[in-house]
Design a binder for this molecule. Structure first.
Ligand SMILES: *Cc1c(COP(=O)(O)O)cnc(C)c1O
Length: 224
């Protein structure tokens, strides 16, 4: 864990931008080291790994889920997760609603949009999101709360392309705000920007930057 970088980053981010420290694949010691420097929001992309870290680490950590979420794994995180960034279907939203109700909670969620050129990335199109938000099925969900949008930029060095993708997500956010959430103050989050592109994301209105490798170092998947 790079303490110096974490402190510098926290000092440099505008006060309206939240830092989500992406700790996937990293051990508890690394998370605790960041915690001891005041970091409280951490992001993970595997439900069971998130559950285990939640159970082992301080209770005042705010855990975010940022990966593709399979419906049969919602149960692992529903009791405690503070924000699910990766809603990419009505079906997953319905399952989250059911699990949230079992836990007497309302779970905050972001709609994930596919803004990158890579086909491998998950996420909705704007039309798909409109179809979900207009549906009767969505209107019945009492235990999920949509608070904004999320997107992952293309893996590229082309700054202009990344800027265009973030501007696209910002315009989707503005359209949804206008058409569905104009009276809902807590629809206010734009989760975009990672280690390589968070400054561009902030320039396009990001309110949550998700930063992993520049805080914790490169991830070594071979050890898992
Ligand atoms: C891994 C991951 C990040 C962090 O990426 P870095 O490049 O390590 O900062 C951010 N968002 C999502 C959805 C991720 O899966």
């Amino acid at each position: 864990m790079n303490s110096e970088y974490l402190l510098k980053l926290r000092a440099e981010l505008p006060s309206n931008v939240k830092l989500l420290a992406v700790s996937k694949t990293k051990p508890n010691e690394d998370i605790l080291a960041a915690y001891n420097l005041g970091q409280r929001a951490f992001g993970e992309n595997k439900p069971q790994e998130l559950r285990q870290k939640h159970d082992e680490l301080p209770t005042d950590i705010e855990w975010h889920f940022i990966g593709h979420l399979q419906t049969n794994k919602v149960k692992y995180i529903a009791p405690f997760v503070s924000l699910i960034h990766s809603i990419d279907s009505l079906e997953v939203l319905q399952v989250i609603n059911k699990e949230a109700a079992k836990n007497n909670r309302v779970i905050n969620c972001l709609l994930q949009f596919h803004i990158a050129t890579e086909l491998s990335k998950f996420g909705l199109t704007e039309d798909e999101a409109y179809a979900i938000l207009k549906s009767e099925e969505f209107a019945q969900l009492q235990n999920v709360n949509i608070v904004g949008v999320m997107g992952i930029g293309s893996f590229t060095d082309n700054k202009q392309q990344t800027e265009q993708e973030f501007a696209h997500l910002q315009s989707i956010f503005n359209n949804l705000k206008r058409d569905f959430f104009s009276t809902k103050d807590d629809f206010c989050e734009l989760s975009m920007g990672m280690s390589g592109d968070y400054q561009l994301a902030i320039a396009k209105g990001s309110t949550i930057v998700r930063i992993g490798s520049s805080i914790f170092g490169e991830r070594d998947y071979s050890k898992k």
